[in-house]
Design a protein around this ligand. Sequence first.
Ligand SMILES: [Zn+2]
Length: 64
Amino acid sequence: MTLPQGLAVLPKNERVIPIPWSAGIGADGKGDLRSINLAKIRNAYEQNRCLICGRRLGDFLGSC
Ligand SMILES: [Zn+2]
């Protein structure tokens, strides 16, 4: 299965699942799908960024 460009560039966990840009950091220093990074949520809101990949959104807000 081919991942969309925004997901393909994200780091993957041990199960090869892309870690969203807005995910928190676990005790092992890696992205943790079970938590969120509140600073990135605020950054996404203020700068119109995608919560999945962190890229700037276009005129039509959503995810890319
Ligand atoms: Zn995106």
